[in-house]
Design a protein around this ligand. Structure first.
Ligand code: PMP
Length: 454
């Protein structure tokens, strides 16, 4: 069979991201064959609701002809244009302008990358350049949050705070520091929003002092909702309080919206909900809805201006062959058009239904907490609700729960910590959202029956 020979070829040649290589070889690949809307179909014809939009990226859903047409048209007309030598393509210029117009505040300057990791890398390069241009090169320390994820490049993996991205990789680097997450469900100060905000501000202050004072700190990074750390939603006002404190210290504030951007939480950018304007913002994923790779850094007028003036007649030596790729930009414009002509609205309705449906599972014996905003949600599983005891590692949550959900016709993210992550496409119908809930309930019942879950 075609799919058997594919599985053999995969096992022999395709190295998978964030996988146990030997575990993957033993289990074999699940080959996806096609997709439409919110439904993916594997090579054996099994249909599943994609409750995770690929890797929280196919926000528009699969199979939009307008996106395919935009890419094909651009490939025929001009498949590539470098941004070097002051060259540009029309879609890249138009997408940069469209993002600047829609982004909060004065984030008017857009540097396109190939995805989120190199967008984060680019912020680090720009921020170093900024502080050199301001005559403060000693501002070279970077602070991020525990449970944060900021990519898988060497620099980004060091800013990331998930152990698997550090072990055996020689990161974090000595200028990369972490403070505890807000994580309301497991915060030692309890779940009171004011107490959590006060604790985060105190932790930031202590870390700043530890690294030598504000004059040593270049930037602080936060995701509006921590995604890969387990969909951790800060209390209302947390982002604003952290942003303001950074402003007081003259520390640049970077909002990493790689997951939260493009309708995932409701608006085009989650920073809008938080009522903040960061100094820099990173986006990717929903920018092209995963149809082709692209990310971006948005910079404020001030940050861009300092870098531009600092460089003067010299080149700012940062650039990729595929920066501002015209095909990706054309896709970005087509996707934006879909968001603004019904998808954001549908996503908000679907998000309210998803959250209500998941919250209705709160009484299940394994459900410790349901959390989320819009179409970005999680269920944290525990074996004892009172003590908040995590699922034992012996229950292999990320493999067994993923497998059960898959057999039930549902794709979710099952984190090793026993957290189930949801990020379905914005195009989901009411029936598809209800299917996600019903299949989750079935998966939870099957998990409860697993003798290793005690
Ligand atoms: N930042 C955040 C917040 C992310 O969630 C991710 C990817 N999940 C990245 C950066 C890295 O993006 P990419 O995988 O496109 O390199």
């Amino acid at each position: 069979m075609l799919s058997n020979s594919l599985i053999e070829l995969d096992r022999a040649h395709l190295v998978h991201p964030v996988a146990s290589y030997r575990g993957h070889e033993a289990a074999g690949a699940r080959v996806l064959a096609s997709a439409k809307g919110a439904i993916v179909t594997d090579a054996s014809g099994h249909h599943l609701v994609d409750g995770f939009a690929g890797l929280w990226c196919v926000n528009a859903g699969y199979g939009h002809e307008s996106i395919v047409e935009a890419a094909a048209r651009q490939m025929r007309q001009l498949p590539y244009a470098t941004g070097y030598f002051s060259l540009a393509s029309e879609p890249a210029i138009r997408l940069a302008a469209a993002l600047a117009e829609r982004a909060p505040g004065d984030l008017n300057h857009v540097y396109f990358t190939l995805g989120g990791s190199d967008a984060v890398d680019s912020t680090v390069r720009f921020i170093h350049y900024y502080w050199h241009a301001r005559g403060q090169p000693q501002r070279d320390q970077f602070i991020t949050l525990q449970q944060g994820y900021h990519g898988s490049s060497t620099v980004g993996a060091g800013l990331t705070a998930l152990p698997a991205f550090h072990a055996n990789f020689g990161v974090p680097l000595n200028w990369q520091h972490k403070i505890p997450s807000h994580y309301p469900y497991r915060n030692p100060v309890g779940s009171d929003p004011e107490a959590i905000i006060a604790a985060s501000l105190a932790a930031l202050q202590a870390k700043i002092a530890e690294v030598g004072g504000p004059e040593r700190v270049a930037a602080f990074y936060a995701e509006p909702i921590q995604g890969s750390g387990g969909v951790l939603v800060p209390p209302d006002g947390w982002m604003k309080a952290m942003r303001e404190r950074c402003r007081q210290y003259g520390i640049l504030f970077v909002a990493d919206e790689v997951i939260t951007g493009f309708g995932r939480t409701g608006p085009l950018f989650a920073c809008t909900d938080d009522d903040i304007v960061p100094d820099l913002m990173t986006v990717a994923k929903g920018l092209t809805s995963g149809y082709v790779p692209m990310g971006a850094v948005l910079m404020s007028d001030h940050v861009y201006g300092v870098i531009a003036d600092g460089a003067g007649a010299s080149a700012v030596g940062h650039g990729y062959t595929y920066s501002a790729h015209p095909v990706s930009a054309a896709v970005g414009l087509a996707v934006l058009d879909l968001y603004e002509n019904g998808l954001l609205e549908n996503g908000r309705r679907a998000g309210a239904r998803l959250m209500a449906g998941l919250r209705a599972l709160q009484d299940h014996p394994l459900v410790g907490e349901v959390r989320g905003r819009g179409l970005l949600a999680a269920i944290e599983l525990v074996t004892d609700k009172e003590k908040k005891t995590p699922l034992p590692a012996s229950a292999e949550p990320s493999r067994r729960i993923f497998d059960r959900a898959w057999a039930n016709g549902l794709v979710i993210r099952a984190f090793p910590t026993g957290v189930l992550g949801y990020a379905p496409p914005l195009c989901c119908s009411e029936i598809e959202i209800d299917d996600i809930i019903e299949r989750t309930a079935r998966t939870l019942d099957q998990t409860l029956a697993d003798p290793d879950v005690r």
